[in-house]
Ligand binder design. Sequence first.
Ligand code: E4P
Length: 215
Amino acid sequence: MKIYLDTANLDQIREASELGIINGVTTNPSLVAKEGVNGIADTKAHFAKICELMDGNISVEVIATDMEGMIAEAHELISIDPRIVVKAPATRTGLKVIHRLSDQGIKTNCTLVFSVLQALAAMKAGATYVSPFVGRLEDKGVDGLGVIAQMVQMKKNYEFETEILCASVRTQNHIQRCIELGVDIVTCPYEFVLTFYDHPQTEDGLKKFLMDYHA
Ligand code: E4P
C-alpha cells in the first residue's frame, strides 16, 4: 500500500520524507490556504518546493470551475513539475476535464468522491486516481469504509487501472481497514504518520534493553 501525506506544510513534508515511508503528497485549496500562501507566483513556488522535498507525485487541485479554465490551469500546474497530478472534482465539468487530460497523457486525481457511481464515472473517464472521502462520509452518518470496500470490489470486478486513494482519513482504524481491503493508497495527515511507528511496548522494551546493557 502506498502512503501519501495529506498536507501542504513544508516542514511536515521534509520530516516525513526522511522517514522513507511517504510515496506522495495530496493537497487541496484549504490545506494550501492554511500555509498562508498568497497569489499565483507564491503558490507556484510553494508547489515547486514541495516537489523538491520528496520523490513521489503531488496532487494539486484546479481552482477554475469552467472547462477551458481548468484545462489551462492543469497545464500551468504540470509546467511547474511533471510530477504534479491534476486534481479535479467529481462534477460534470470535472469529469470532462479528467477525460480530456487523460487523452493527453496527463495524470489526474478525481476528488470529492462520495459514491461508487462517482468512482465508476471517474475510472471510466480515465482518472489515474480516485479519492473517496471516508471521514466526510462518516460525518454524514454513511459507512464510508463500506463505500470504499464497494469501490475496491468494482475495481477488481472490471479490472480498472485507476488507483483508489482513500482521503479524509480521521482515525487509525481508517488506515487499518484500508490495509485489509487492499486500498491502493491512503493519504494521511502528518499526525497519523507519526503514529505508524509509535507503540508503548517498543518504548518500554527499548528502555529495558538499555538498562540491562548498562547494568
Ligand atoms: C485529500 O486529497 C483531501 O482533500 C483531504 O484528505 C480531505 O480531508 P478532510 O476531509 O479532512 O478535509
